[in-house]
Design a protein. Sequence first.
Length: 284
Amino acid sequence: MWKEWVIAVDHIEDPQAVFELGHRAYKEFMGEHLRDSDSESLEALKALSRLLDLAFVEIDADALFEIKRSLEGYGEFTEPAILENVCHSARIHWMIEEERNARRDPILLELMMQAHDIENVIRPNLCRLYWALGRANLRPLEYSKAQTKKGQVVSIGCAITQIEKALWKGRPCLLDEDDFLTIRKFVTGLINEEKERIGLDRLRNWISHRNFVILEDAVLMPVNLRNGKSVKGNRNVVPFDLIRENFLKIRGLTVFMFSFQTMFLVHIVARSGDIRPSLFGSGP
């Protein structure tokens, strides 16, 4: 167990202690691949540590219980992937780097990891961010309602849209102006990426449904074939170097969201005790 985790549990009302834990998670995932440009991400992570403090500081027992039940597998929304050790995902990323260093193109692996990271890390944590923003604006939302819509898990596109709407209504009343601007800048960058590129929602769907073909030096997506004939629709011929560029951007966002998730989880454990997943046979 990291010492930063223990310190954060003991000093959960200190956003700096929680940030240090998030920073440790960030470094552990990135390892030797930390870059100077990551300083901007760390500033955003500091702002989010203060946002989480606002979200949890006056949380009532029922709301806390609802989140914990969800994390343990008893609630309306459950998230099996959160039970995994993140090292399994991190190892795949470093395997990809080893392939790159050996001058091989692990294109299929890069594509599959993008879909995995969007669905298992980025999407649920954007929903957690939406939940925290609501509480900072004195408009608390049930945790499961932030993660679902009409009984279905919200898409990555929906997660981005609901945060965009929340932030463009104005600063949450409890949130500091500087932190608000930092968080909004982060979300703005995410929205611009969504509009200018293929988009996280479509990318996740095309890859997960295997609606692409790897060519000699590019990827065709979506394929849009029926009965052996091409169906009208947008086609993207994406060169390998752009696949690589997109993979690195999504990896950076994944690491950031994993760090935010770690800060979120320490609040739950510090305030309501260890998370005991139903999958492992513990009672509700």
